[in-house]
Design a protein around this ligand. Structure first.
Ligand SMILES: [Zn+2]
Ligand SMILES: [Zn+2]
Length: 134
């Protein structure tokens, strides 16, 4: 279900003319963060409206992996090192948009310690989903 009042639903369905979609698959889109905080700051956003990681279950582990792979492929094409990049989800209460989104930030070494702490990495997200019931 998409929500007309959700900015990421609008972007993911291509309705926001101001946002350029860098990648579009059946499942998700990739675009530059609306308020980029780092040199390279992109988001992968599922087309389906999920509020956050808590609303996902085991069956979504593959989605998380495919979103991460999409972001990695995109960085690679732009010649940005993925080894010095952070892939993760904002932890509550630092979530600013209530539609699940994965951040790709590079270079990671440019981020302060505290900035890194407010993200759950994709690996942690997968472990978390694996620990949930279906
Ligand atoms: Zn949404
Ligand atoms: Zn976020």
């Amino acid at each position: 279900m998409s929500d007309d009042n959700c900015i990421f639903c609008n972007i993911a369905s291509g309705q926001d003319a101001a946002t350029k979609l860098e990648i579009e698959t059946d499942e998700f889109v990739v675009f530059r963060d609306i308020k980029p905080a780092y040199t390279h700051h992109y988001l992968a956003v599922p087309k389906e409206h999920y509020a956050n990681l808590k609303t996902l279950n085991k069956s979504h582990e593959g989605l998380v992996t495919r979103m991460e792979e999409g972001l990695k492929r995109f960085l690679e094409e732009k010649g940005i090192s993925e080894t010095d990049a952070l892939f993760g989800f904002h932890l509550p209460p630092f979530i600013t948009v209530g539609h699940l989104h994965m951040h790709a930030i590079a270079p990671r070494s440019e981020m302060g310690f505290l900035s890194r702490m407010i993200f759950k990495t994709t690996n942690d997200a997968r472990l978390y989903l694996r620990s949930k019931e279906d």
